[in-house]
Ligand binder design. Structure first.
Ligand code: SAM
Length: 268
């Protein structure tokens, strides 16, 4: 099948990049080099793949859509630095790539319907990753890069910023894709910290406190966290219980999680 016969499938979140200027700008932001280890998620018909391969980097790709496999194989199968993996990136075991710690560079114009769970799946393997460059819904990039105090600051911002430095690089309009999505898009760079700036005693407790706090983001922390921490325990973490969750920075959430770690009665 030629690429022209492939019909974009909505259920696979297929919006193929066709704007050469945008493709070039993304490749420049990634700036792949010979000898690096790259992983592209959802290569589609290869809009980014071609430029990534011409850098001389070693590229693994993961594509779910079986119809795209022969297209990708036909275009790039003869290249020694290309390896095609068919499957679901959400279930992919990144250890299979045998990449050295902090070496893997992950890129992708991601299917928007799975972008958040995919980022969490990648963060579970953060120690393998050097950096990530993703095309995402602009609104999601704004949440990833948010700062405390505004409506975009929430669970996604905090859990991603716990692990990574986040840079909102540039926006991309719907016209760069075929078919055009209904939303604006943006490119984000995520760089996992080699040393966490605010390490929690137990990462799962941080997730728990953050989830609980943002379940009802209009309420005060004293109210939303009352099943986990008393007012006195919130104060002991150096946090004002009369604040709302969006007013707290990452360091304060980590202090609350650590307070929970010394109060085992609060953990079921
Ligand atoms: N990279 C191409 C481009 O920029 O033109 C395609 C981008 S398109 C937005 C998303 C791609 O991810 C599609 O090729 C789709 O088939 C693939 N995909 C969707 N769900 C996937 C999954 N769970 N694992 C791997 N690939 C997936």
């Amino acid at each position: 099948m030629s690429e022209y016969q492939h019909r974009a499938r909505k259920r696979f979140g297929q919006n193929f990049l066709h704007d050469a200027g945008v493709i070039h700008r993304i490749l420049r932001a990634i700036h792949a080099r010979e000898g690096e280890r790259l992983l592209e998620i959802g290569p589609g018909q290869g809009a980014l793949t071609e430029g990534l391969l011409s850098s001389g980097a070693q590229l693994d790709v993961i594509e779910l859509d079986l119809d795209l496999i022969p297209i990708l194989q036909g275009k790039f199968g003869h290249l020694a630095n290309f390896r095609l993996n068919q499957g679901d990136a959400l279930k992919f075991d990144f250890n299979r790539l045998e990449a050295a710690p902090h070496s893997l560079r992950v890129v992708g114009n991601l299917p928007y319907n799975i972008s958040t769970p995919l980022i969490f799946h990648l963060l579970d393997n953060a120690e393998l990753i050097r950096d990530m460059h993703f095309m995402l819904q602009k609104e999601v990039v704004e949440r990833l890069a948010a700062e405390p105090g505004g409506g975009d600051w929430g669970r996604l911002s905090i859990m991603v910023q716990y692990h990574c430095r986040v840079e909102h690089l540039f926006n991309v309009g719907p016209g760069a894709f075929n078919p055009a999505p209904k939303v604006d898009s943006a490119i984000v760079r995520l760089v996992p910290h080699e040393v966490l700036p605010f390490p929690a005693k137990d990462h799962r407790l941080l997730e728990r406190v953050v989830r609980e706090a943002f379940n009802q983001r209009r309420k005060t922390l004293r109210n939303t966290l009352k099943g986990l921490l008393s007012s006195a325990e919130i104060e002991a973490a150096g946090v004002d219980g009369s604040l709302r969750p969006e007013q707290l920075d990452l360091a304060a959430f980590v202090r609350l999680a650590d307070q929970l770690a010394v109060q085992p009665k609060a953990v079921p």
